[in-house]
Every structure is written in C-alpha cells, then in structure tokens.
Design a protein around this ligand. Structure first.
Ligand SMILES: NC(=O)c1ccc[n+]([C@@H]2O[C@H](COP(=O)([O-])OP(=O)(O)OC[C@H]3O[C@@H](n4cnc5c(N)ncnc54)[C@H](OP(=O)(O)O)[C@@H]3O)[C@@H](O)[C@H]2O)c1
Length: 287
C-alpha cells in the first residue's frame, strides 16, 4: 500500500512518516516544496499512485490567522479541497487532520463527532471550511480532529513551559480552558489503525482520554523538567488575552473510534509520562 504524507515535515507529519517507516510501509513524504496546494494539477501529480493520503499540512498559526485569514483559508480550506479532489480522482483514501477549534468551546460534556461546528476564531473557520471541502469532494475520506498537540518535532506548549520555567522560576498559566494534551506519536498510531481496520468514511476524534487545564498540564510538564510544580500559578483567560479566542472547553469524545474497534488514546497524564523525555529533550538542550 502506498502512503503519501503531505505536510510531512510538520510536528505531526514527521511522526506520521516515522510510524509508517517503522511499519515498513511504502511512504512518500511531501513538504511545501514538493506540492503546491493551491494548484489542482500539482495535487493531482503529487498523489499519482497513492492508496492513502494523509494531509498534515495546514496554516497553524492560530493568532496570526486573525489578521491573515485569507492566507489560512488558502491552505486550510482551498488546499484541503484540492487535495481531497485529487485523492478522489486517484482512488485514494484521504485522512484529513482537523481541530477542536471548529467547536465554540461552550459545551460542558465531551463534543460528539456529529456535534454542530461553530468556530469562534479565523483559524477555526478555515479548518471548518476545510472539513466541508473534504466532505464535498465526494471521495472516501476520514476527517480526524485532534487538539492540544505536542511532539518532539515542533514548537509546542510543553517545550515553551519547560524553557520558561527554567528561565523565570515562576509562571502563570490559564486554569479556565479545558482540553486533552495529545502526543503526535499517539495520533499517528490512531491514523494508521483507522486505515488498517478499514474504518468507514466520516469524522473521528483522536485526542488523549480524560481532560485537564493548561495549568494542570503545565504543572506536570514542570515536574517532568525536574522543577517544583508549585511554581506554576493559576490565572484566567481574561488576564491573558490572545488575538484569537481560545475555546474554554475543548474536550472531544471518542464514540466513533470505539464503534469501529479502534482503541482511543490513553489518559493524557499517562501518555505525557510516556512522552516527556522525548518531547523535552530538545528544550533542555537549549536551556
Ligand atoms: N498543533 C496543534 O495543537 C493542533 C491541534 C489540533 C489540530 N491540529 C491539526 O493537525 C495538523 C498538523 O498540525 P501540526 O501541529 O503538525 O502543524 P505544523 O507543525 O505547523 O505543520 C504544518 C505543516 O504544514 C505545512 N504547510 C503549511 N502551509 C503549507 C502550504 N501552503 N503547502 C504545503 N505545506 C504547507 C508546513 O510546512 P512548513 O514547515 O514548510 O511551513 C508544516 O510542515 C493540522 O491539520 C492542524 O490543523 C494541530
């Protein structure tokens, strides 16, 4: 089976390629220089011979998207649609990555895969438009939403927190946003298992189980970095305003994974314990 990974040098894409290579799969890893997502012809050429396409490419600068929504839309919506149509034409399955930001964050129980989307940020609007573009392409496509990603191969919350904790000795971190810190290695594993089981087309949620706040996660990160978690003080979103509104509640349910027999990812704290050394290695070197 031939896999094509688009966005292969991003934080998630790198781990998806690594997972496939470990499984001895035939994988073509494509970066920005290899495929122009704005061009249907370039997408068609890039996907020739593919059986499965994983789209990890995205405009992911959530705050910058507030003032550059057109640029984000070009990648996250138009690019996703071009890839989806090229995958359909090639007879390939597309696994398209999406996000908790498609929801409004006002829920009080985990979002079902079928819950209505209502993005509050520019990034969320472009990703929701990407989901629609993929659905409208008419092919055999899996939309996999994830959230609060961290990994060894990109900038992410735990690296920032560990560096800041070492440098400053005390930190304020928001305690009123709830979500599921999720390791890119675990998402890569879910994607591969979804394809291996022949999961039906549709939307799936690939996040860790359980939930915490950024403050709760930061305490664990600081502990893993060898410091006292008490140096992390709770603060509020109101005191820490960002250009893009953050969902207050980003917990995703895993009903559809269970229905197709793919075990959801373990609890966020147990998975962080497994990931911490690999993820923090680089930030410790730079302290
Ligand atoms: N990070 C999170 O917390 C998070 C949460 C929920 C969902 N997601 C979703 O998960 C997926 C992977 O995210 P990530 O964190 O791995 O993102 P990332 O590290 O920012 O990687 C995104 C990749 O997309 C590539 N890309 C951007 N614009 C492109 C273009 N016009 N043409 C081709 N490639 C382009 C980037 O290439 P360059 O390196 O050359 O810029 C980069 O390799 C995305 O769909 C994202 O929306 C992420």
């Amino acid at each position: 089976m031939r896999w094509v990974v688009v966005g292969a040098r991003g934080m998630l894409g790198t781990d998806v390629v690594a997972r496939l290579e470990r499984l001895d799969e035939d994988v073509l890893a494509l970066g920005r220089q290899d495929v122009d997502l704005s061009s249907p012809d370039s997408c068609a050429a890039a996907l020739a011979g593919a059986d499965v396409v994983v789209n990890c490419a995205a405009y992911t600068a959530v705050d910058d998207a507030e003032t550059h929504e057109d640029e984000a839309y070009a990648v996250n919506a138009v690019g996703a649609g071009n890839l989806a149509r090229a995958a359909t034409a090639a007879g390939a399955r597309l696994v398209h990555l999406s996000t908790d930001y498609v929801f409004d964050g006002t829920a009080t129980a985990p979002y079902d895969e079928d819950a209505p989307t209502a993005p509050r940020s520019a990034y969320g609007r472009t990703k929701a438009a990407g989901e629609r573009a993929v659905a409208e392409s008419g092919g055999d496509h899996l939309v996999v939403r994830t959230a609060w990603l961290y990994g060894a191969h990109g900038a992410c919350f735990p690296k920032t927190i560990a560096r800041a904790a070492h440098a400053r000795g005390a930190l304020d971190v928001v305690d009123d946003q709830h979500g599921q810190p999720t390791w890119t290695v675990d998402v890569a594993d879910v994607l591969v298992r979804l394809v291996a089981t022949g999961a039906p087309a549709g939307t799936y949620h690939a996040t860790s189980s359980g939930a915490t706040t950024w403050h709760g996660f930061a305490q664990r990160v600081v502990e893993s970095a060898g410091l006292d978690p008490a140096i992390v003080a709770p603060t509020t979103s109101e005191a820490f305003v960002r250009p893009a509104p953050r969902p207050a509640y980003s917990v995703l349910g895993h009903r559809r994974l269970v229905e197709v027999g793919v075990a959801p990812i373990g609890s966020w704290d147990e998975r962080w314990a497994a990931a911490a050394a690999a993820v923090l290695a680089e930030s410790e070197e730079r302290v």
